[in-house]
Design a protein around this ligand. Sequence first.
Ligand code: 13P
Length: 346
Amino acid sequence: MNLDQLNQVAVAMVAPGKGILAADESTGTIKKRFDSINVESTEENRRDYREFMFRTETAMRDHISGVILFEETLKQKAADGTPLAKIIEDMGSIPGIKVDKGAKDMHAFPGEKVTEGLDGLRERLAEYYELGARFAKWRAVIDISRGGDRTMPTYGNLKANMHALGRYAALCQEANIVPIVEPEVLMDGDHDIDRCYEVTATGLKMLFQELFDQRVALEGTILKPNMVIAGKKCDRQAGTEEIAEKTVKCFRETVPAAVPGIVFLSGGQSEAEASQNLNTMNAAYKEQMPWGLSFSYGRALQASALKAWSGKVENVPAAQAAFSHRARMNGLAQLGTWSEAAEKAA
Ligand code: 13P
């Protein structure tokens, strides 16, 4: 393990004004996205879709520090034969790879899931490094009970997921790959913001205990959490100031200062909400945060671009413009200089 190299990559992932594009939708998820625009999910369509994003100069050079890829994309070549990972590198951005095998039902805790994919991971990581990946991602999914019931998440479910994240992170660092550790507390459901706070804080404390127990170097690790936010079906939706205040407070209580960066998932927030909330945190609390605070959005970077593209080559310029706009808005949010006026001036 080369800790200097890991730290350099981690720091570059949260460079000022930049963040991560999560383009690592699994085969099932990308099919859902393509269904929404009536495009068939063929290997070629998936390639064309991702290729136009990676070739969007203004977005990639100025605002996208790294791209999380699905294995297929890491091994895929552009229409002209250039490996897609090379296109990303040529834009000054870092290729990364989703390595988990998805969240599976956990028999002992009905309704809860644990993420699988540790078997054979050491060998896969060595291969991904050869293919150019310098960071990886593993997503754990934590669900909160509905209707005020406090059963979920169970301790056993949190423990199993955080333990797997620790094992994954240690294997990544052995292979000189920066682990993004992603314990996602879902925003599905009707819980309020304070319940999200409680679950997120408990999960993060357990996660960092696991990382410590398994000798993971925090200087070479990136955290990818949810924001502290009310469930989508909660009657009381918190405003951006409350989300920012509670999210930053939660991280200050739980995330060690040695972690170079925290990059959010968007988790179902709209594109503008995801930018605004990140902006509010960086605008109001930058001096109180020892880590870089940025984005690693999937839907909140791609939704408009996906719609503009709709599977047609003649729409690529419009789709690239939409992607550029979202990349710039989130870049501004990383600096704390996003505004509604900039948002509207598409
Ligand atoms: P969303 O931003 O669409 O939540 O996706 C980010 C991600 O990588 C989830 O694992």
